[in-house]
Ligand binder design. Structure first.
Ligand SMILES: [Zn+2]
Length: 96
């Protein structure tokens, strides 16, 4: 199966176009590339939860972003990936 192309939500697209009209499409793309480079998941950790204080239950803690501490995949990376694929066309149109 082909990997799904990340899509920008309409709200994110509007924000990106607004940013690009203010700072330029190149700046927005550089920001997205920097986010893609820096934001990455930490390791998911296996911990133990106690049920009724006597029964140990293994629990996998979900990975979080090392930069913004949001649950992986963090919203910043979702935006950056969406921008670098589907949103780029909108920014290209803006430059003309
Ligand atoms: Zn992040």
């Amino acid at each position: 199966m082909a990997p799904r192309t990340p899509q920008l939500s309409p709200r994110s697209l509007i924000r990106s176009v607004t940013l690009a009209s203010e700072y330029g499409a190149e700046w927005v793309e550089a920001l997205a590339r920097e986010i893609e480079r820096n934001h990455r998941p930490d390791r998911s950790r296996l911990t133990v939860r106690w049920v009724w204080r006597v029964v140990p239950v293994p629990h996998l803690r979900q990975a979080r972003c090392v930069v913004c501490a949001e649950r992986w995949i963090c919203p910043d990376v979702v935006w950056a990936e969406g921008l670098m694929s589907s949103g780029r066309r909108a920014l290209d149109r803006l430059d003309r």
